[in-house]
Design a protein around this ligand. Structure first.
Ligand code: GDP
Ligand code: CA
Length: 324
């Protein structure tokens, strides 16, 4: 089976890790291929290094090296380099960069500087983490640098800041009025992205942030059309349980684009291509649209086994929706 998924960072990575565990328990699906299309709108250049937080969260999680307590970054991390940068007074200090993590950013920046595309660089990093052996291809949504900026107003008039500054430094507490994917007008989908959607047997939307993760990927030229046109069923998992995000600030993101923080509002963002939607028990009543198959089940990815059950349920629903 060819499975294609769109993914942000922690929510996406935990879901894909569960999906791989589920596939390993299904001899009938042996040899399946999973293509993950990762969000690069969170990318930022810090200290001259290109940092791709969502791609790295996917790499570390699928490679078994993630800090499970944080959900992102490396396990057993140290911050000696950052301590030195602080001693020199180099800004910014609000973005945590561990020593092991810096290894990835230095490697990426070196290869990008030598002229490799972000896709090629991501392929090299993925090889180190054993993704090909697990049947996984990780593709950035685009090779063109795209950065999500957020229009905020701290009382002195509107201004745009990088998504990371709003998310990490401001903790999404300063009200946002708009998200702008800077660079998207010149961006093209990375090689393989559109074909992975068009040629999939199943397309999955993990419970990633609907606005700044999945929403940004949907803005890449051609992606939305590919999702509308693919013969594969598209099945999503709600990132909201009883209207609240499990972690992060998806509610603040939905509010910024004028939507309520409900699983129905999230499904509405995918209305033109979504075939199946997994929601938490109690949330099913709120979502109803002709042609959308809604199923409820516990959606907390408390551990790999729980995430595997959720991924298995998404796959089952997709298989039932597949054209014969
Ligand atoms: P980020 O880039 O690290 O913010 O990660 P994603 O965009 O991939 O995922 C963030 C979203 O995942 C948030 O909106 C959370 O509500 C959702 N999420 C995180 N953990 C869980 C979980 O256990 N269950 C569900 N259903 N959603 C989750
Ligand atoms: Ca992210």
């Amino acid at each position: 089976m060819r499975i294609t998924a769109l993914a942000g960072g922690v929510g996406g990575a935990r879901f894909i890790r569960g999906l791989l565990a589920h596939l390993e328990s299904r001899p009938d699906l042996a040899g399946s291929r999973v293509t993950v299309i990762g969000n690069t709108g969170d990318d930022i250049t810090l200290f001259g290094l290109r940092v791709c937080p969502d791609l790295d969260t996917l790499l570390y999680t699928l490679g078994g090296a993630v800090s499970d307590t944080q959900g992102w970054g490396r396990a057993d991390e140290t911050h000696r380099v950052q301590g030195e940068l602080a001693a020199y007074g180099v800004e910014p200090q609000w973005f945590a960069l561990g020593d092991l993590d810096l290894g990835a950013h230095i490697a990426r920046s070196q290869w990008l500087g030598q002229g490799l595309s972000l896709s090629e660089v991501t392929g090299r990093l993925a090889a180190r983490w054993g993704l090909p052996e697990r049947g996984v291809t990780l593709l950035p949504m685009t090779d063109t640098p795209v950065e999500t900026h957020v229009v905020v107003d701290e009382g002195d008039g509107p201004r745009a800041v990088h998504f990371q500054e709003w998310w990490v430094r401001m903790q999404a507490k300063v009200p946002a009025s708009r998200f702008v994917a800077v660079g998207m007008d010149r961006a093209a989908a990375a090689p393989g992205v559109l074909d992975a959607i068009r040629q999939a047997d199943v397309v999955l939307l993990p419970p990633s942030n609907p606005v700044v993760s999945i929403g940004v990927i949907l803005g890449v030229p051609g992606v939305r059309d590919a999702l509308r046109g693919t013969p594969a069923p598209v099945v999503g998992v709600s990132p909201l349980i009883s209207g609240a995000p499990v972690r992060g600030h998806a509610d603040a993101c939905l509010q910024a684009i004028g939507l309520d923080s409900t699983t129905a509002a999230v499904a509405g963002l995918y209305e033109d291509f979504l075939d199946g939607w997994l929601v938490a028990p109690g949330d099913e009543g709120s979502v109803s649209r002709r042609g959308l198959a809604v199923e409820s089940r516990p959606l907390l990815m408390t551990d790999v086994a729980a995430a595997a059950d959720i991924a298995g349920a998404a796959l089952d629903l997709a298989e039932r929706l597949r054209p014969a």
